[in-house]
Design a protein around this ligand. Structure first.
Ligand code: MGD
Ligand code: SF4
Length: 745
C-alpha cells in the first residue's frame, strides 16, 4: 500500500466545488489568442509588474478594460530585460489568470472509510494549521534539519525565510542541478565568478556569437534574443553547434551538426587551434591568466583530424570556425547556454567554454562579456537565523563540495532512507515546481515522496506534483499579487516592482501571505515583522532612494553604476576571485578536489541498434511544463511533435503526423503517443521533442494527454561528479506503434 496515492484533483468529493467551477467557467469571458488584438477600449490606468512566465523576469504594465478586467500585459520601455517588448509567452501570461483549471481552494488529503484517498476543501486557517503542525511534528521527532524547500519562482524567498527561521537550510531549486549549475561552477572555477541571470553577454556589440546547444530564439530569453537579432543586422556572424537545424542555425554563417555527446572534443580542438596558431589574445592571456603552458601541453593532440572522427565535423570547418572567432576577438562570445545538464561531464564542458572565452580575451570586453552590476537592496530587518545542526551537504557523503546551492535531486536522495544517513529528510515544502516533470527518473522522485511524513505543495495549477501532496495551497497568479522587488544584474543596476492588477480570483492567496501566516502559527512571526507588503516594499525602496509611490508610477528604476566601468580598461590590474588571483586555464580548485584541472574528452554511450538519442529543447511559446495548459499559449501550440530524420522515417515506415509511442532503453513507454514530424532538421541518430508536454493530470483540461513527456523517458541520469548536476541526455528511444508494448516495463 502506497503512503500517498496520486489524487486527481477533479475527483473531489465536494459536489459544491464542481458546481462552483462550472459556474465560474461560464463567468469567464470567451478568451483566446486570436481575440487578443481586439481589446476594446482599455482603461488609462496601468499597474506595474514583472513577468513570471519564465525567469527572465521582463518588467511590464498590466492594463485593464473599462469594466476592470485584466486585458493585456505589455513591456516596460525602460526595462533592459525586454526594452518595451514582451515575448509571446509573456504576452500570453494573462492566460494564467483566466485559466479556469486553476487551483481554487486549499485542499487536505483525507482517507475515506473505504480507504480511498481524496482531497477535501478546507479553509485557509485549517490548511495552514495542518501545515504548521506537520512541520512541527517532523521537528519534534527528527529535528528541523529533516525538512526541505524545493522551489522555483518568486514565492521561494518567503518560504526560504520561513524554513531558515525554522532551522533548516535545505533549500533547493531545479534551476540549479537540473539547469545552469554546471556552468556556474565551471565559470567560477575559471573566472572566480559565475554568470547568474541575465547572463552578462554583450550580444548587442558582438561580432561573433557561438551557440553550442543553446538555441536562442526558441529558448526565448527576451532581451538576449533582441540583441542577437540586432547583432545579426549589424553583420555579426553566428556559429551554431547543434545536432538539430534549430531556428538560429538557419540564421547562422556556420551550422555544425555535431554528433550528440561529443561537444567537449570540438571545444578542445578549437582551444588547440587557437593556441597552436597563436590566435589567442597575448596581452590579455599573459596579464590575466594562469596555466597557458599546461593547457598548451594538454590540448597538443586534440587536432581537427582527431575531432573529425569523434564529432563528424570536417577538419576544415573546425579550422575555419576557430579563425572566425579569432578574427572577431575580443568581441566574440562562446555562449555558456542555460540548460547545460547533458552528459554528466557538464562542468568540464562549461570549463572548456570558459577557457575559450578567456583565450580570446572576451571576458570583461565589449562584444564579449560585460561586467554586470546589481543593486544592493537590504532585507527587511529580522532576527538571526538559527544555525542548523546538519545541512543537505551532510547527506551528500562529502560529494559535490563545489555546488553552491542545494540540489533538488540531492534532496530526493536524502529523502530515501539509507544506512549512510543518520536521518533522512521527512518533510518537503514544494513551491512553484512540478517535480514529477522536472526531475529526471520519475520513479525515484515518487519513491522519495512516498517516504515523506509530510508534503505541502504551493502551486497555481493542479499539476502532477499537487496530486501527491498532503496539503495543497493555491497561490494566486503573479498578476494578482505583491511580490519581492525584482533585483537583477545588468549593464546598469535596476529594480522593478510587481503589484496586484486585480484581486486574487477564487480562494487563492500570495506566497508571502501564506509564509507570514505560517510563521505566526509556528511562533516565528519576528522573521516577518512587517505589517503589509506595501510597508515592507516602501521601506526597502526608501533605502535605495526610491519609494513605493515612485515605483508604482515608473515600474522600473535604473540606478547609476557604482563599482566601475562596463568593460576592463586597457592594462587594468585585476584580481580575480580564484586561488591564484588569475583567470585559471588550469583550475587549482578542481585539482585540489581531485578533479581534472583541465577538461578532457570522454566518450559517451552510443544508442543501441534501432534506438535514437532522445534530444529535447524549448519552444518560444512555452516554458517548461508550466504553460502547457495556458489558454492563450495552447492556441499557439498545444502539443509537441517528434522530429524524425527522413532516413529513419523511411526505415520505420513513419509518415508525417502519425502518432507513435516511444520506449526508452529501460523499457519505459510514453503514457501518450506523439505525432511524427519528418524533417531533415534533425540528424539520423537522434529524435527531438519540446520539453513540458504529455501531462498526465486530467484536471489540466487542455494539456492532458497532449504529446509525450521527455521527462518520463529520462530514466538514466548521468550525475556530474563535480557539482551533482543531473545529466539527462544519455537516454535513447525507439518507436512503438501500440501501447501494449508497455508490458515490458
Ligand atoms: P515547470 O515544469 O514549469 O518548471 O522546472 P520547474 O520549475 O518545475 O513547473 C513550474 C510549476 O510552477 C508548475 O507546477 C506551475 O503550475 C507552477 N507555477 C507557475 N506559476 C506559479 C506561481 O506564481 N506560484 C506558484 N506557487 N506556482 C506557480 C524547471 C526546470 O526543469 C528547469 S529550470 C530546467 S532548465 C530543466 N529543464 C528540463 C528539460 O528541458 N527537460 C527535462 N526532461 N527536464 C527538465 N527539468 C528542468
Ligand atoms: Fe516573460 Fe517572455 Fe520575458 Fe520570459 S522572456 S519573462 S516569458 S516576457
Amino acid at each position: 500500500q502506497k503512503r500517498r496515492d496520486f489524487i486527481k484533483i477533479s475527483s473531489l468529493s465536494a459536489a459544491g466545488l464542481i458546481f462552483g467551477a462550472q459556474q465560474l467557467r461560464s463567468a469567464i469571458p470567451p478568451y483566446s489568442q486570436t481575440e487578443l488584438g481586439d481589446f476594446g477600449p482599455l482603461s488609462s490606468q496601468r499597474t506595474p509588474t514583472y513577468c513570471e512566465v519564465c525567469f527572465w523576469k521582463c518588467a511590464g504594465w498590466v492594463y485593464k478594460n473599462q469594466e476592470g478586467a485584466i486585458q493585456k500585459v505589455v513591456g516596460n520601455d525602460n526595462d533592459s530585460n525586454c526594452n518595451g517588448r514582451l515575448c509571446p509567452r509573456g504576452t500570453g501570461g494573462v492566460g494564467m489568470y483566466y485559466d479556469e483549471d486553476r487551483l481554487k481552494n486549499p485542499l487536505i488529503r483525507v482517507k475515506g472509510k473505504d480507504g480511498k484517498q481524496t482531497f477535501r476543501e478546507a479553509s485557509w486557517d485549517e490548511a495552514l494549521d495542518v501545515v504548521a503542525k506537520g512541520l512541527q511534528k517532523v521537528k519534534e521527532e527528527h529535528g528541523a534539519e529533516c525538512t526541505a524547500l524545493l522551489t522555483h519562482g518568486s514565492g521561494g524567498h518567503y518560504f526560504g525565510t520561513l524554513l531558515k527561521a525554522f532551522g533548516s537550510t535545505n533549500i533547493a531549486a531545479p534551476s540549479y542541478a537540473q539547469c545552469r549549475g554546471p556552468r556556474e561552477v565551471g565559470f567560477i572555477a575559471t573566472f572566480g565568478e559565475g554568470l547568474n541571470s541575465p547572463e552578462p553577454t554583450d550580444i548587442r556589440d558582438t561580432r561573433c556569437l557561438v551557440l553550442i546547444g543553446s538555441h536562442l530564439g526558441e529558448n526565448m530569453h527576451n532581451g538576449q534574443v533582441q540583441e542577437m537579432s540586432d547583432a545579426i543586422d549589424k553583420g555579426a556572424s553566428i556559429i551554431t553547434v547543434d545536432p538539430r537545424f534549430s531556428t538560429v542555425a538557419s540564421k547562422s554563417k556556420f551550422w555544425l551538426p555535431i554528433k550528440p555527446a561529443t561537444d567537449i572534443a570540438l571545444l578542445l580542438t578549437w582551444i588547440h587551434e587557437i593556441i597552436e596558431n597563436e590566435w589567442y589574445d597575448k596581452d590579455y592571456v599573459e596579464r590575466y591568466t594562469y596555466g597557458l603552458d599546461l593547457l598548451k601541453a594538454h590540448v597538443k593532440n586534440y587536432t581537427p583530424e582527431w575531432a573529425y572522427g569523434i564529432t563528424t565535423i570536417k577538419p576544415e570547418v573546425i579550422r575555419e570556425t576557430a579563425r572566425e572567432m579569432a578574427n572577431a576577438a575580443p568581441s566574440v562570445i562562446i555562449h555558456p547556454g542555460r540548460h547545460v545538464t547533458w552528459y554528466g561531464d557538464d562542468t568540464q564542458r562549461l570549463r572548456a567554454v570558459a577557457i575559450l572565452n578567456a583565450l580570446l580575451g572576451s571576458w570583461g570586453r565589449r562584444g564579449g562579456f560585460y561586467v554586470p552590476e546589481k543593486a544592493s537592496v537590504p532585507s527587511y530587518p529580522h532576527p538571526e537565523f538559527p544555525k542548523p545542526q546538519r545541512t543537505w551537504r551532510d547527506a551528500m557523503g562529502g560529494k559535490y563540495k563545489l555546488a553552491d546551492l542545494a540540489l533538488a535531486s540531492g534532496v530526493c536522495d536524502a529523502t530515501i532512507p539509507s544506512p549512510d544517513l543518520n536521518c533522512s529528510i521527512k518533510a518537503w515544502i514544494v513551491n512553484g515546481t512540478n517535480l514529477i516533470m522536472t526531475l529526471p527518473d520519475q520513479r525515484k522522485t515518487i519513491e522519495a515522496i512516498q517516504n515523506l511524513d509530510f508534503m505541502v505543495v504551493v502551486d497555481t495549477m493542479p499539476m502532477e506534483i499537487t496530486g501527491y501532496a498532503d496539503v495543497v495551497l493555491p497561490e494566486c497568479t503573479y498578476l494578482e499579487r505583491w511580490d519581492d522587488l525584482r533585483v537583477v544584474q545588468g549593464r546598469e543596476p535596476n529594480i522593478a516592482l510587481r503589484m496586484p492588477a486585480a484581486e486574487p480570483k477564487y480562494n487563492t492567496k500570495p506566497a508571502y501571505w501564506m509564509a507570514k501566516k505560517l510563521a505566526d502559527k509556528m511562533g516565528l512571526g519576528d522573521y516577518f515583522a512587517w505589517n503589509s507588503m506595501e510597508e515592507m516594499l516602501d521601506w526597502q525602496l526608501k533605502e535605495v532612494g526610491s519609494s513605493l509611490e515612485e515605483m508604482k508610477r515608473i515600474g522600473v528604476k535604473n540606478l547609476p553604476r557604482e563599482y566601475g566601468a562596463l568593460y576592463f580598461r586597457d592594462g587594468e590590474e585585476i584580481e580575480f576571485n580564484t586561488n591564484t588571483g588569475k583567470i585559471e586555464l588550469y583550475s587549482t580548485a578542481l585539482a585540489a578536489e581531485g578533479f581534472d584541472p583541465m577538461p578532457k574528452y570522454t566518450p559517451h554511450m552510443e544508442p543501441p541498434a534501432g534506438y535514437y538519442h532522445l534530444n529535447y529543447g524549448r519552444a518560444p511559446q512555452h516554458t517548461f511544463s508550466r504553460t502547457s495548459n495556458n489558454p492563450n499559449l495552447t492556441d499557439l501550440m498545444d502539443e509537441n511533435t517528434l522530429w524524425v530524420n527522413p532516413k529513419v522515417a523511411k526505415e520505420w515506415g513513419l509518415k508525417n503526423g502519425q502518432p507513435v509511442y516511444l520506449e526508452n532503453q529501460d523499457g519505459v513507454v510514453s503514457d501518450f503517443p506523439i505525432k511524427v514530424r519528418v524533417t531533415e532538421r534533425t540528424r539520423f541518430d537522434s529524435v527531438y521533442m519540446v520539453h513540458g508536454f504529455g501531462h498526465a493530470n486530467k484536471k489540466l483540461s487542455r494539456a492532458f494527454g497532449k504529446g509525450a513527456s521527455d521527462s518520463q523517458l529520462i530514466t538514466r541520469v548521468l550525475v556530474d561528479p563535480i557539482m551533482g548536476g543531473t545529466g539527462m541526455r544519455g537516454n535513447f528511444v525507439t518507436f512503438r506503434f501500440e501501447k501494449e508494448s508497455e508490458v515490458k516495463s
